[in-house]
Structure formats: C-alpha cells, structure tokens
Design a protein around this ligand. Structure first.
Ligand code: NAD
Length: 482
C-alpha cells in the first residue's frame, strides 16, 4: 500500500497546491514506490508565509497568548503526535533507511519530549525582568518573539530536527513555515494531521515540502523574520549569505567531522562500551551530523584499535531498515550512495588501507546499501579525514601523544561533536576541555535534551536543545524608566 497526499497543510487548512508537480517517494531499502506528495513551488511558500504572518500579526493571536496558553496547545500537539508515533517511525525508516530501532527510539520519541520540555520551560520563565538601573531608576527587559520563522530541515532525522525548531519557536511565540527535504516528506503529513487535530491556531505551523530552490526562496522571503537551518555546510553558507545581506537572524546547524580520541588506557572489554562506540560512530548508517568518523588511536595500541573498529563495522547486521535486527540500513538515496562511494574511491586513491567493506553488501541487490567501511593508516590531511562523508565510513588516524591527539582533533574545518575514551573519566575530561567543538562526550556521544547543542567553525552558529534554544527565537527589548 502506498501513501498519497494531494494537498498541503497551510493556514490551518488542507489546500490544493499551486502546481501539479509531485515528489515520488521510494523505499531506501527496496527502491519500491511508497508514496507521492505535492512538490512545493514559490507560490506555495508565498501562501504559507502569508498565513504565518497573519497568525503572528493577529493582535490577540498566538504571539500574544500567555506562555501557559501556548504550553497547553503544545501539550495537545504532543498528545496528537504520540498517537501517530509508530507510524511516524515506520514512514521515516521506509523513506531514509534509518534502522527501525533508531527511528522508534529517537524519531518517535524526541518530537513529543521536546514539545513537552519547551512547554515546561515556557510555563516557568518570566517574560519581563525588572532590573534596578545604574543610570535610570529601572529597566524592564522584555523577551519578545522574533516573528515568522522559515525552518529548513534535512532528511537524516526529519522529525527530531523539525521539533528542535518547532519546540523553542512555539514557546517563544513565533509562527513557522517548515520546509522538509524531498527525501523525507511522508512523515511531515502525519505532523500536519496532528497539528490539525490538536487545534493549533491556523497559520502557526505550515508545511511546504520542496527542493533547495524552494528553500532558498523561503530564506530570502521578505515576510520572514528569522531562518533556522539544518543541513550541509555548503548550503548553510548560501543561507548565511542571504541572511547577511538581509540582516536576518539565522541559526545554522551544519556538518561535522568529529574525532573520537581513544586514550592509551581506554578499555573496551565491556560490551556497553563497545555499544557506545558503535552509537558514537555509526548511528543511522553514518548519516548523523555529530558522528565521530575520525578515530584517533595511540600508536602504542594502533593495531588493536584498528582491529576493534574493523570488527565492530564488519560484524554489524546490514539489512532492510524495517527489520528490527538491522543495525545498518541503506543510505537515503541513490544520489547519496554515489557520493559516499565516491569518497571510498578517494580513500583508496589516497593510499589509505581498507580493513573492511568498501563495496556493496552481497545479497542486497535492491536498496541503496553500502558496506560498513573502515580505513586504517589514514593521514589526517587526506580528503576522507577532512570532508564529511555522511555514510558508514570510518577513518583510523594514529597519534603519538595526547598533545598530538588534541592537535589532530582540532585540525579540522568543523567543530560539532567529539568523544574521548579512557578508563579514567577525569583524564578524559581534561582532554575534552581542549577540543575545539560545540559538544563532546566522555566514553559515549549522546545529545541531551536539557543542554545546548551547536557547532563552532564550519559546523554552524547558534544553539538547539536546552532552554537556551528559545533565545534564538526572541528579541530582547529594554524599556528605560526614569
Ligand atoms: P542539504 O544542505 O543538502 O539540505 C538540507 C536542507 O536544506 C534540505 O531541506 C534542502 O532542500 C535545503 N537546501 C539545500 N540547499 C539550500 C539553499 N541553498 N537554501 C535553502 N535551503 C537549501 O543537506 P542534506 O544532505 O539534506 O543533510 C545532510 C547534512 O545536514 C549533513 O551535512 C549533516 O551534517 C547536516 N546536519 C547537521 C545537523 C546539526 O545539528 N548540525 C543535524 C543533522 C544534519
């Protein structure tokens, strides 16, 4: 059975799209056609932005509700999404190849957890702070919603990444136009059904799937007040250029090439630590922004660590994303597989030593599969150690001393995630403090709802997660009192 939609959810209604263009959705595991939705064009974006604008500018509307009223609506939306969470996970895995255990554990859970978290934050914070002045008698510092948000998300965690924007934006009092990626569109229609059912006011959240031209049009739209973008660094630079020209606030969550620094006392005897290593390096078939795809291993234990990583990759169960036994599913699209295979060819061309993988798994003739692949003897300056591959491809780089490991970790254009592995957590913490990155984990990498997440250098600007994320959707207005 396929999933078909022929209308967009814009301005609180299901309306006909402006064109008859469509997006055909294929299963990443079988390449079978699994659905079709309308493809957004500029006129659809115009209508969605106009609806978000009306909802924001309404003098008694969403932006003027009390935080508690908005929090109630967010909790209603969470309940409506909960009722669809199994189907959301299924659609996502079917589209982008995410192992069903990952989509059930993350994509089915994070949207509602984030909504409830930001609803609670909204309830518990003051909108105005009164401060005694040093020049004037008093100032009132007010938090005001920034306005209409153009939110653009990639295909790798389509719902979690959407709710990292929807949660804080709604809590702040903003309205949104969401543009999902063409690779993952079916889950967004379930979200639209949930918004409808939860009676979120018309125009507060509008959804227009479409390609990069539609994304660029939304970013530059004159009626948009803020852009929240997650995607590649190349696209992020274009978004930043537009926002720079327009002086439009922007949050950019971009690519990464994070390092796993294995210290010489790291002990992987425990099964949990080996599982943590898998989660930190290969989650979602290598299609996760923060993955530690550069493993930095001490020369004294180099062969042992290469064997460990090789064994971890070669023993992973590769298969259909919908099979609960699958640990590594297919890549999200045929075009993306070509790109990943291009990097594997580059690695071989650069003289890195392939220890496992490198090809397509036997017996999986349909679907965009790539074998989990490990390269040893990788030079940190090589293309496969410097560029984001975004597939199940790991590089093991040797280091001589802890200073050398920190230097190699920081010798990257990116700064998004990272891990340090050691039997001595204090020692790992000392090293973690020296890595130039937005986030880093000790003996595992797992983002935390309650703490900010963001990148430095080419990995982006601004924060998602944590109460801090709401600040990205607010202006601070100061009122002086004599
Ligand atoms: P992408 O940059 O090709 O596309 C991301 C989204 O932006 C899509 O919706 C796309 O249609 C749109 N888009 C592309 N070019 C655009 C432009 N010029 N203007 C406006 N919109 C545009 O990225 P992708 O391949 O879909 O996703 C993978 C990338 O996302 C990786 O680089 C990954 O690291 C990054 N990512 C980052 C984070 C983070 O939190 N830092 C999280 C997940 C993914």
């Amino acid at each position: 059975m396929t999933t078909e939609y022929d209308k967009f959810y814009i301005g609180g209604e299901w309306i006909d799209p402006a064109s008859d263009r469509t997006i055909e959705v294929l299963s990443a595991s079988t390449e079978a056609r699994i659905g079709q939705v309308p493809d957004g064009i500029e006129e659809d974006v115009d209508r969605a932005v106009a609806a978000a604008r009306r909802a924001f500018d309404d003098p008694t509307g969403w932006a003027h509700w009390t935080p508690a009223e908005r929090a109630d609506a967010m909790e209603r939306l969470a309940a409506a999404i909960d009722a669809r969470s199994t189907e959301i996970a299924h659609r996502i895995s079917n589209q982008n190849g995410m192992p069903i255990t990952t989509s059930t554990g993350i994509e089915a859970v994070f949207p509602t957890t984030l909504l409830r978290f930001y609803a609670a934050v909204a309830r518990n914070r003051e909108q105005e702070e009164h401060r005694a002045g040093m020049i004037v008698r008093e100032t009132i510092v007010r938090r005001e919603p920034v306005g209409v948000v153009g939110a653009i998300v990639p295909w790798n965690f389509p719902q979690t990444l959407a709710f990292l924007k929807i949660g804080p934006a709604l809590a702040a009092g903003c309205t949104l136009v969401m543009k999902p990626s063409p690779e993952t569109v079916l889950d967004g229609f379930l979200l639209a059904e949930a918004i409808d059912e939860a009676r979120i006011p018309a125009g507060v959240i509008n959804i227009v799937p479409g390609g990069r031209e539609v994304g660029a049009y939304l970013v530059a739209h004159p009626q948009v007040d803020k852009v929240a973008f997650t995607g590649s660094t190349a696209a992020g630079r274009q978004v930043a250029e537009t926002c720079g020209r327009l002086l439009r606030p922007v949050t950019l969550e971009l690519g990464g090439k994070s390092a796993a620094i294995v210290l010489d006392d790291a002990n992987f005897d425990e099964q949990t630590l080996r599982e943590n290593l898998f989660v930190s390096t290969l989650t979602n078939n290598g299609q996760t922004c923060w993955l530690c795809t550069r493993v930095l291993a001490p020369r004294s234990r180099y062969d042992e660590i290469v064997d460990l990583i090789t064994d971890m990759a070669s023993s992973a169960t590769v298969g259909d994303a919908l099979d609960p036994a699958t640990q590594i599913g297919p890549l999200a699209s045929s075009r993306h597989r070509d790109r990943v295979e291009g990097y594997i060819a580059k690695g071989l061309g650069e003289g890195a030593r392939l220890t496992t993988g490198g090809g397509r798994p036997k017996g999986l003739d349909k679907g965009w599969f790539v074998e989990p692949t490990v390269f040893a003897d990788v030079d940190n300056n090589s293309v496969i150690a410097q560029e984001e591959i975004f597939g199940p491809v790991l590089s093991v780089v040797a280091y001589d001393s802890v200073d050398d490991a920190v230097r190699l970790a920081n010798d990257s254009d990116y700064g998004l995630g990272g891990t340090v592995w050691s039997a001595d957590e204090d020692r790992a913490l000392d090293v973690a403090r020296r890595v130039q990155t937005g986030t880093i984990g000790l003996n595992v990498f797992l983002p935390e709802i309650n703490a900010p997440f963001g990148g430095v250098k080419a990995s982006g600007m601004g924060y998602e997660f944590g109460a801090e994320a709401i600040g990205g959707y607010e202006h601070l207005k100061t009122i002086f009192r004599r």
